[in-house]
Design a protein around this ligand. Structure first.
Ligand code: FEO
Length: 385
């Protein structure tokens, strides 16, 4: 697949995968992107995941048309992109690796050699001339590992963004970009908003005609849309007005409260209400929507003098990803000593700029009329702009 006259896509689609990074469900698989830049010199941008080495090598050889690559640019050392470095180096003994000092330390760790005789160590601002194309390197630490370098090709205005601007989903499946890109970003890069902002500032100075990530499609149209979304996500702002209700329920009473709240919100005209059963629905989608929307309702049972494990997991992930600046409401249930609200508030203590909506709904076993009035009052409160 030609991206431009000189840049070819040589990546692969993975439909065998069950959980990406061992935790994210990817119903439409995953793509591991790799690119070939053909000029007087030839550069390959990253490799692919371990299981796809031979397929990638075939793609690469077909694109090379009997020429030989000069450089393997390693932007990111996570194995979904770096696993086939040795295969490449063994196949093309004349080639050298171009990467950051931190990446070469990791190459040593993963492969038992840091290719000291076959390497070019680059840093922020360094360039690699290929002929008509010159690659300029942009440090992008923690997007999503510390060694990451992005790469800008001025000739085609192509910004190679490593994991940045990636998404879940293989490229041979048609699906909208935004939801799976958000779920991917929040889950994988979301903790490092400040570092993403730093890279976006550098990107703002470039004439970008296309974004070439290591997962998901090459982005060529409407680039401000994607750049603005990343700005929103990196700054932890909500994308839009809306309410996520994340709950756990053991015998259904807490679930009843949640469904009544959702119903009351819809009656009040709230259009965006997303309800997640944390034991059964996709946790990463619940987390992504919590960042997407302005308000979050947490509903859970007291359990072993703590909270239900799936809610604990949800809150751990939320706070780990720097959840902040939202309105939060709480519903708890406990048959003899409800204390879920106390535990949840403690877990959220480090989250900045949260506003707690009233009233708190405290259920003892099953809903009472008093609880139903509180749910109605909470729905009215959350329905305010
Ligand atoms: Fe796609 Fe951080 O690896």
């Amino acid at each position: 697949m030609n991206i431009t006259a000189d840049i070819r896509y040589i990546g692969v689609n993975d439909h065998q995968i069950d959980l990406f990074e061992g935790q994210y469900a990817v119903k439409n698989g995953m793509s591991y992107n790799s690119y070939l830049i053909s000029d007087e010199k030839i550069a390959v941008m990253d490799t692919v995941e371990a299981h796809f080495g031979e397929e990638w090598l075939q793609n690469l050889k077909a694109a090379l048309q009997d020429r030989h690559p000069d450089y393997l640019v390693v932007q990111h050392m996570e194995p979904d992109h770096s696993a086939n470095i040795r295969l490449f180096m063994d196949t093309f003994p004349e080639a050298v690796i171009v990467s950051s000092a931190k990446a070469f330390a990791m190459i040593g760790q993963f492969f038992g050699t840091d290719y000291a005789e076959r390497r070019i160590v680059i840093k922020e601002g360094d360039t690699l001339p290929l002929g008509k194309h010159t690659l300029r390197f942009i440090a992008a630490p923690m997007v999503h590992w510390p060694e990451v370098m992005m790469t800008y090709d001025e000739a085609d205005g192509a910004l190679f963004t490593a994991d940045g601007f990636g998404k879940f989903g293989a490229l041979d499946v048609e699906e909208p970009w935004t939801d799976e890109a958000r779920r991917y970003y929040i889950g994988i890069v979301g903790k490092y908003g400040m570092q993403v902002m730093n890279v976006l500032k550098k990107a703002a100075a470039l004439d970008i005609q296309m974004i070439c990530p290591l997962h998901g499609p090459v982005l060529k149209e409407d680039l401000p849309y994607y750049l603005n979304l990343y700005q929103t996500w990196a700054s932890y702002k909500a994308e839009e007005e809306g309410i996520v209700i994340a709950y756990t329920s053991v015998y259904g009473h807490t679930k009843t409260a949640v469904l009544e709240l959702a119903e009351a919100l819809k009656k009040n005209g709230c259009e965006k209400v997303a309800v997640y059963d944390l034991a059964r629905d996709d946790m990463a989608a619940a987390i992504a929507d919590a960042f997407r929307y302005t308000k979050l309702v947490l509903a859970t049972t007291t359990y072993n003098a703590d909270i239900y494990p799936f809610m604990r997991d949800f809150l751990s992930r939320l706070t780990e990803h720097n959840y902040q600046g939202r309105t939060v409401a709480m519903i708890e249930n406990g048959s003899w000593a409800p204390m879920a609200v106390k535990v949840m508030k403690t877990m959220l203590e480090k989250s900045k700029n949260l506003v707690y909506a009233e009233p708190v709904v405290s259920i003892k076993s099953a809903l009472t009329e008093q609880n139903r009035c509180e749910i109605k009052a909470l729905a009215d409160e959350l329905s305010k702009a």
